[in-house]
Write a protein of this length. Structure first.
Length: 367
């Protein structure tokens, strides 16, 4: 069945294009609109060319998306070359690119910038019907649209009671999902493997570029974006994990060495304090507490000689636990230091007696 009008639009403006189609066909103007009128199995580009060639009028739903669409520019060029009358129906306040202005700059525009859009659709239908009637005084009834199309378009007209409720970036149901976007997302899920993270980034960028240039024939931009994000997380996270894997053992080693040096110094301080205690009180101290400080306001005594810090007197410092033992005859003593966490706060067990010589061992019972 023939048609009079070819409706050119960006896929992002399909909602408005359907409303335009419904308004024209209600006024007995036969329309051709993709993808409704493309036969199953037919070549998309070939169908577009044939439809333009057999049209009297092209209605251009003009918006920012249409302004940026290479597909729209090709359709306009084809229409001009075939002498098809172009009627721009502007739904957004944008200025045509120079390539479009060359073809439609001198054409009378119909603006639909202010709500409600129904009145603009009525004016468009009247103008197009007048153009078509001049070439075809007697018009047959327009072909019946496919099942479901009139209801969808009519509903679109009724719902547009304020502005144009578009959804930027909306893709047509017939668009295919980009394989590269799918692979990018899958590689992104494996972001802890460095090659997979790089693949997610590369394929994510490529697929998003392909989707932008496809003019709605490809979808999956969100999937590609997820792959990109996961890929970049992997690229940043993996080197950090490697650095931590190298640095943590070194940091642990430095910490253990510092703890052991501090514990060794503390043992010598305790030994010297015990010898000093004997010089003052005539005997070695019975325990570490006797070497520590007295309570505030009290003087030094054999019970609190104030020769070591309160921390050492409590038997805990530098990640080590200190224990003091006096020999049965009171002629000597031994102070042992054991790591609180073996391999964590220290590795070696240490001890000292009245000689002040610190002994080391890696076994708890043989320092």
């Amino acid at each position: 069945m023939g048609h009079d009008v070819f409706i050119s639009y960006s896929n992002k403006d399909k909602f408005v294009a359907d409303a335009v189609c419904a308004a024209l066909e209600q006024n007995k103007v036969r329309c051709w609109i993709a993808p409704r009128d493309i036969n199953a199995g037919a070549e998309w580009g070939e169908s577009i060319i044939e439809a333009i060639n057999s049209s009297r009028v092209m209605v251009l739903v003009f918006s920012k998306s249409a302004n940026d669409s290479p597909q729209i520019r090709r359709e306009i060029e084809r229409a001009v070359s075939k002498g098809v009358i172009i009627v721009p129906f502007r739904i957004e306040d944008v200025i045509p690119t120079k390539s479009l202005e060359y073809f439609i700059g001198a054409v009378h525009w119909l603006d639909a910038l202010t709500p409600p859009i129904e009145q603009h659709l009525e004016s468009l239908a009247a103008s197009v019907r007048r153009i078509v009637s001049e070439d075809h005084p007697s018009q047959p009834e327009p072909a019946a649209p496919k099942v479901g199309e009139p209801e969808a378009a009519g509903a679109g007209i009724r719902q547009m009671d304020s502005g144009l409720p578009q959804k930027p970036g909306k893709e047509t149901e017939s668009a295919a999902t980009s394989t590269k976007a799918i692979v990018s997302f899958i590689c992104g899920l494996l972001f802890l493997f460095f090659p997979a993270a790089l693949a997610a980034i590369v394929l994510g960028h490529i697929s998003r570029g392909d989707i932008r240039r496809s003019d709605g024939k490809l979808k999956g931009s969100r999937m590609a974006l997820a792959g990109l994000i996961l890929g970049y997380i992997g690229v940043v996270l993996i080197p950090l994990l490697i650095i931590l894997a190298i640095a943590l053992p070194n940091m642990m080693h430095v910490s253990i060495a510092a703890n052991e040096a501090g514990a060794k110094s503390a043992l010598r301080s305790i030994s010297e304090a015990a010898v000093t205690y004997k010089a003052i009180y005539g005997k070695y101290p019975p325990d570490l507490k006797s070497l520590g400080p007295e309570d505030p306001g009290k003087s030094e005594s054999a019970d609190a000689a104030n020769l070591i810090s309160a921390e050492l007197a409590a038997g805990m410092s530098y990640g080590y636990r200190f224990t003091y033992e006096l020999s049965p005859d009171g002629s000597n003593f031994i102070v042992k230091s054991d790591p609180l966490v073996v391999g964590g706060t220290g590795l070696r067990y240490m001890s000292v007696d009245k000689s002040g010589e610190v002994q080391f061992s890696y076994k708890p019972d043989n320092p």
